[in-house]
Design a binder for this molecule. Structure first.
Ligand code: CA2
Length: 153
């Protein structure tokens, strides 16, 4: 059963490769390590974790719709979204998030603003509550702490 304090942590394309390539950019933690880190953070904050990854834009859109339904049902604390490269390209994700009312944190492992110019623009940021970038995978725990704080009455 979904509780009133469920958090979706959604990961986009290529994040399944974490820990296998480009450790100088993304560190050496795997996505399984990130899931464990998120589970620990959620346990600390009394949140229920729903952790997912997809390489497919439409599947991420479907999951945002699912989060919107959970929000409407009063069971969602928020969403942490690392949309990967779709951050910089996806009007579809922007449109999916807009108007749902969900509290969404855009998350990046790397500091996208210190990288190539094409990573400086985000279609997610204008429809996000907050943005975290550059803390490595520890940013996921920071995002979850932020959602827990915002969920307090
Ligand atoms: O810094 C981030 O978290 C990013 O969202 C990661 C995306 C990138 O396109 C964004 O600009 C910033 C890339 C995810 C790919 O992750 C890999 C990890 C290891 C090896 C290869 C890819």
């Amino acid at each position: 059963m979904t509780t009133a304090a469920t958090v979706f942590v959604l990961n986009g394309p290529n994040l399944n490769l974490l820990g296998t390539r480009e450790p100088q950019v993304y560190g050496s933690a795997t996505l399984a390590d990130v899931q464990a880190l998120c589970a620990e953070a959620c346990a600390q904050h009394g949140l229920t974790l729903d952790f997912r990854q997809s390489n497919h834009e439409g599947e991420l859109v479907d999951w945002i719709h699912e989060a919107g339904r959970a929000h409407a049902a009063g069971t969602l604390a928020g969403v942490v979204l690392n949309a990967g490269a779709y951050t910089h390209t996806s009007v579809a994700l922007h449109d999916a998030i807009k108007g749902t009312g969900i509290t969404l944190v855009e998350l990046h492992i790397s500091n996208v603003h210190a990288r190539e110019a094409f990573r400086h623009h985000s279609y997610i940021a204008p429809v996000a509550k907050a943005v975290i970038a550059g803390f490595g995978v520890r940013g996921y725990a920071l995002a979850l702490a932020g959602l827990a704080a915002l969920a307090q009455p």
